[in-house]
Design a protein around this ligand. Sequence first.
Ligand SMILES: [Zn+2]
Length: 354
Amino acid sequence: MTMDERVLKWVAPLSVVLMLVVCVSLYFFPELHENSFLVSEEYDAVPVDAEELLAGAQAPQNVVEETEDINAQLKIELPEGVDYSEVVIENNYLLQTIYIRIPTDATDYFSRYSVKGSCDHIEAISYYREGTKGVIAFALDKLYEVSDNCADGSLYLNFVDPHELYDKVIVVDAGHGGRDGGASKQGILEKNINLAILLELKEILDKSPENVGVYYTRTEDVSVTLDQRVQLANKADADLFISIHNNASNSGRYTNSTGTQVLYSESDDSECSSERLAKICLEEVTAETGSKNKGLVKADKIYIVRTSKVPVALIEVGFMTNRTELEKLNSKEYQEAAAIGIYHAIEKAFEEGY
Ligand SMILES: [Zn+2]
């Protein structure tokens, strides 16, 4: 055998052995290449048909007759005989759109009835029919609460900045939902654990004596796009934006990895930064649940983290790919503990000036 032949004789079996070593180590130590959640958080749902609803929308200037002497932002003339109690006003915070349902057979409301006031805060106005009702939809430039009253056959509306009503405004997001299950293990879906923790938190916030306005991206199992989630926070100009998720190993197989991680925006260098908020969340959630502190994670690569204009923390409460932790995450007691931890984090952030 020449020297070359001798080398070749060893190369083939050696590479087979090397391949085996790599495969076996990846199988038994999948945590070596964790960080998969960075990819799994990027699923985007099919958008709600918001644009469809606003198809045929008009510029507000074409509809609203500018007047200042009405003591309200908008005055909408109602059809004769329509009672205030028959008018239904829906504020869709997620879409920053107000829907006003009025019993009428009008196919073109604005040519029959007047709308007076100011176009401030209104980006577009549309009108469409829905059964026996006509629907006027106002797409707004930000999230507003609406106050309304009725007098002399007209509906009066005012758009109110939530910061005028509440001491603090927060947005809470349960990751995934609807068609997007997130991570899954043993038939348990991440979207459901995220929502269960959010609903525990909502219960605490509903009872809280503090004057905090809370907006949720979802409180049920529905699809919400990533953009809608982050825009809710941005358009509410929220003091805090908290997103609840749960983690999985890269392979999706069971591993020893456990604990809480919190993702933050490393490009946010403001005083009330995403990183400081993330640190508070990490400390409070691990203190309350007893979970392992797996640290903070830079996450500008995550869409909702990168595009949030307000302090954001994305909490990966625990690992669904650890048998013991999955069992905990799926229990009401642990979900409640996680929610209490998040509530304490919110309180602490406010104390620290957020
Ligand atoms: Zn997730």
